[in-house]
Design a protein around this ligand. Structure first.
Ligand code: NAD
Length: 284
């Protein structure tokens, strides 16, 4: 069988690319998704790359689906060597007064508690295999981003969780790695949210005056740090195969320089100026 990796959220984007590239690297890939009828793009990409993947259903917010999938994988292959926690949900571009509590809960369910649930279910098998846990975080999980409060909070939670787990897991023979992309523009991340500029601005109410310049900034899309899903997937495969992976993999020079602000400016002045600049306003 070779080494077995289970990846979440593989119907699109980074997860799809990671599933194909891990198979190319020789892994037996269990490519999981909420809805397996949405596997066409993955199966096409795998066929084009000359590899196969084992598509299975797993909804990270449904503990029964998580447990059933992990147990079935262990039964099928007799081992589980690695997890890639990739499934995530984009932010809605809402802000505190325009985002209901239920949405914050959903964002935290997918991006944070989903990671906890899959990691918890996988660990007994990973311990037996001397395996590893690779989790897709975000530069937004290290530095906050306007109109991404819920998403950033969930990704910050993942950072705290994995940083805390890492030494304990290492003591049990399991390596923990965070992969931290900056913006990735070629995934379905934005489109999956089903929102338009007009609907967002209408719903923003009094926040329109800060949302509009922010959406303009996003729409310009010419971000110096922008990467493709495939580039991020390469870092994920390296995180799986590197005998001595770092705890954090910053996927670009931009991501490294940007997140370094956090450590060189602990009082937060430069972070505040940076995030305010996205609203095209002087920091007050
Ligand atoms: P994407 O929307 O293409 O991929 C996210 C995947 O997660 C989708 O396939 C979606 O169906 C799946 N998913 C959502 N809810 C799920 C659930 N409950 N159970 C199982 N799967 C679920 O976007 P992407 O950019 O490929 O995102 C992958 C990861 O990369 C996410 O963790 C995201 O937070 C992170 N990330 C994305 C960006 C970006 O700019 N796109 C930047 C940094 C980090």
């Amino acid at each position: 069988t070779g080494r077995v990796v289970l990846i979440t959220g593989t119907s699109s984007g980074i997860g799809l690319a990671a599933a194909v590239q891990a198979a190319q690297a020789g892994y037996t890939v269990v490519a999981t998704m909420r809805d397996t009828t949405r596997s066409d793009a993955l199966l096409k990409a795998a066929a084009e790359a000359g590899v196969t993947v084992d598509v299975r259903r797993l909804d990270v917010t449904d503990p029964e689906s998580v447990a059933a999938c992990v147990t079935a994988v262990a039964d099928s292959y007799g081992r589980l060597d690695a997890l890639v926690n990739n499934a995530g949900r984009a932010n809605t571009f809402a802000t505190i007064e325009t985002c209901d509590l239920a949405t914050y809960r959903e964002v935290i369910e997918v991006n944070f508690l989903g990671v906890v649930a899959v990691t918890r279910a996988g660990l007994p098998h990973l311990r037996a295999a001397g395996g590893r846990i690779v989790t897709v975080g975000s530069t937004r999980g290290l530095i906050g981003q306007p109109f991404n409060e819920g998403y950033s909070a969930a990704k910050f939670a993942v950072e705290g969780f994995m940083e805390s787990l890492a030494p304990t897991a290492a003591g049990m023979g399991v390596r923990v790695v965070m992969v931290e992309p900056g913006p990735v523009f070629e995934t379905a991340f934005g489109a999956n949210s089903g929102l338009t500029r007009e609907s967002l601005l209408t719903e923003a109410g009094p926040y329109r005056r800060v949302l509009e310049p922010y959406l303009d900034w996003v729409a310009r899309g010419a971000h110096p740090g922008a990467q493709t899903g495939r580039e991020i997937a390469e870092h994920i495969v390296t995180a799986l195969t590197d005998p001595e992976p770092p705890f954090r993999v910053l996927t670009s020079d931009w991501a490294r320089e940007y997140t370094a602000i956090k450590y060189t400016d602990p009082e937060g002045g430069r972070v505040r100026a940076m995030t305010a600049s996205w609203l095209a306003r002087e920091e007050d």
